[in-house]
Design a protein around this ligand. Structure first.
Ligand code: UFG
Length: 341
């Protein structure tokens, strides 16, 4: 039986990916330090899949512990590395924490992979590496230039990509697929797992659902004076289950075919850009619930507009985002209601 090591597997995208992997017949070992997730996520996964993934609570940056753990597992055929800190604002306040959590952990992981003879890595990257693409690069494809990062968080993603590229260059046994996510939203249709933000959410969707549930007074829309049709920022919002499925496809690709390049890059998005105001309006329409909101000033560091050209992933991986934004927003709302029960 083939096993996948999933770091950060109790997190938002990680947990949805674990479900899809297990439903595709893989065994899973999750490593997570639970710094931004909850052990009960394992119950949700078990309820959906009918079996429980193996789990170890530890920090990927703890090299001796990682070594000790992986000595017990001889069936790991690939690693999906999600474990990372991801709050842009916090990274500006605590850069060292971000370099430790996001950079040191990848270096350690690559070292133990090498020691154990594990040669396949899927890495969680972000469209943040493109910054604000110029007009001729929208929608943005994988050939668009990488721009200087706007935050330590964004910088860690760029550095991680470079570390993987350099290591693959030096070690010809390493294969890597780097997935650049656009904005993942929504929850599993069972409403048994979803996004669990700590404290006040930074991201749009959890703020919208918490406001709709009456947990927050009102949503602040950051700016309506951008150069976009309604003045609010545009993003490519992708359903988290669609995103999770892309990881299973990536793992299978590494196990079954020789990669064109030993490091491959794919944008994972829908190809459609939606504004903040469109998201709020559509959410209200599909749920029938009002989201009190007000327009405030711009948020520092926000990109005006970015959406994906996902054709490379569509053609090479044979993967496509299929969920509609309506069903995705409804799934986010169902998850919020499950949390409030
Ligand atoms: N927004 C609001 N109000 C809120 C929260 C967000 O108006 O309360 C707006 C933002 O200004 C932005 C859009 O909603 O226009 C999406 O914001 P998110 O914070 O949900 O997502 P971002 O696109 O800013 O950030 C995401 C990831 C980051 C990643 C970045 C790369 O969360 O990890 O994409 O572009 F770095």
């Amino acid at each position: 039986m083939a096993r996948i090591l999933v770091t950060g597997g109790t997190g938002y995208i990680g947990s949805h990916t674990v479900v899809e992997l297990m439903q595709s017949g893989f065994e899973v070992l999750i490593v997570d330090n639970l710094s931004n997730s909850n052990i009960q996520v394992l119950d949700g996964i078990e309820k959906i899949v009918g079996r429980r993934p193996d789990f170890a609570q530890l920090d990927v940056a703890d090299l001796p512990k990682m070594r000790e753990l992986l000595e017990k597992y001889t069936d790991i055929v690939a690693v999906i590395h999600f474990a990372a800190s991801k709050a842009v604002g916090e990274s500006v306040e605590k850069p060292l924490l971000y370099y430790r959590n996001n950079v040191l952990s990848l270096v350690n992981l690559l070292e133990v992979m090498k020691e154990r003879g594990i040669t396949n890595l899927v890495f969680s990257s972000s469209c943040t590496v493109y910054g604000q693409p110029s007009k001729e690069h929208l929608p943005v494809d994988e050939t668009a230039p990488i721009q200087p990062a706007l935050s330590p968080y964004g910088n860690t993603k760029q550095i991680n990509e470079e570390i993987i590229r350099d290591e693959a260059h030096a070690d010809s046994s390493l294969n890597a697929i780097i997935l650049r996510y656009f904005n993942p939203i929504g929850a599993h249709p069972s409403a048994l797992i979803g996004e669990l933000p700590n404290g006040v959410p930074n991201n749009l969707l959890p703020f919208v659902t918490q406001t709709a549930a009456g947990l927050r007074k009102e949503l602040k829309i950051f700016g309506n004076d951008y150069n976009t049709p309604d003045g609010s920022c545009i993003r490519d919002y992708i359903n988290v289950v669609d995103l999770a499925k892309a990881h299973v496809v990536a793992v299978n690709r590494m196990l079954k075919v020789e990669l064109r390049d030993r490091v491959e890059y794919f944008n994972l998005g829908t190809g459609r850009g939606l504004s903040v105001i469109e998201i709020v309006d559509t959410f209200e329409k599909v749920t029938g619930v009002k989201v009190p909101h007000t327009i405030v000033g711009r948020r520092e560091g926000d990109i005006e507009k970015v959406w994906a050209d996902p054709r490379k992933a569509n053609e090479v991986l044979g993967w496509k985002a299929t969920a509609t934004v309506e069903e995705t927003l409804l799934s986010a709302w169902n998850w919020q209601r499950h949390l409030s029960e």
